[in-house]
Write a protein that binds this ligand. Structure first.
Ligand code: GSH
Length: 215
């Protein structure tokens, strides 16, 4: 059985939980208690020196970074190729959007979440909110070109980005009129049972956490 070290409120961890649901991965979910500093303890640092969740353990292989985990799960457990195509050209488009999530969407969320949760900051600088607004523009542009991030089918890139965006909207609600394609994409993904199961509870937890920090 695979082990997934996670925290429900964490978007990257949620993306991996969604993928576990989607690919019916036999998984043991292990909560990492940040309050107790479990992610900073030597046993955890052995698995992941970056002290982040998620981490996946599958026998002898230990993987950190949700994007690497999503790729691995799709390759090993995904029966339907469309979620992570093997064709190099199609796969490159999925990878591109996974990196978009990793380097633009998620980082702009983390730049706000980390100071809020870990450094006791209670106000979000306008510059960081503007960076989210800009990221919404990028997302809308991509979703104007194709229905899903990497084409006509849902891929692991949508799963990664969806989990992040359900965090971003807590910080800065997107304007559904200004970003209609993003709104449609969110509604479309939200109703999928595997997305609900893997993401909904943690997204609500994240919302409550942010509310408690912002007052
Ligand atoms: N690129 C990483 C980011 C993971 C990440 O930053 N996770 C946050 C929770 S959302 C974390 O574990 N933060 C704790 C820390 O940095 O000490 C991924 O996709 O897995």
């Amino acid at each position: 059985m695979v082990k997934l070290y996670k925290l429900d409120a964490s978007p990257p961890a949620r993306a991996c939980m969604v993928a576990c649901e989607l690919f019916s991965v036999p998984v043991e979910l292990i909560e990492v208690d940040f309050g107790e500093g479990e992610h900073l303890k030597p046993e955890y640092l052995k698995k992941n020196p970056l002290h982040t969740v998620p981490v996946l353990e599958d026998g002898s292989v230990v993987i950190n970074d949700s994007h690497a985990i999503l790729m691995y799960l799709a390759d090993v457990y995904g029966e339907q190729e469309s979620f992570y195509p093997k064709d190099p050209k199609q796969r490159a488009l999925v990878n591109q959007k996974l990196f978009f999530n990793s380097t633009i969407l998620f980082i702009r969320l983390r730049n706000i979440s980390f100071p809020l949760f870990m450094e006791g900051i209670t106000e979000i600088p306008k510059k960081k909110l503007d960076a989210i607004e800009e990221a919404y523009g990028f997302l809308e542009e991509f979703l104007t070109r194709t229905k899903y991030l990497a084409g006509d089918n849902i891929t692991i890139a949508d799963i990664a980005a969806y989990a992040t965006v359900t965090g971003l909207v807590v910080i800065l609600e997107h304007n559904a009129q200004k970003y209609p394609k993003t709104q449609a994409w969110l509604k479309d993904l939200e109703k999928l049972p595997y997305v609900q199961k893997g993401n909904a509870k943690g997204a609500e937890e994240y919302r409550q956490l942010v509310k408690s920090k912002l007052g």
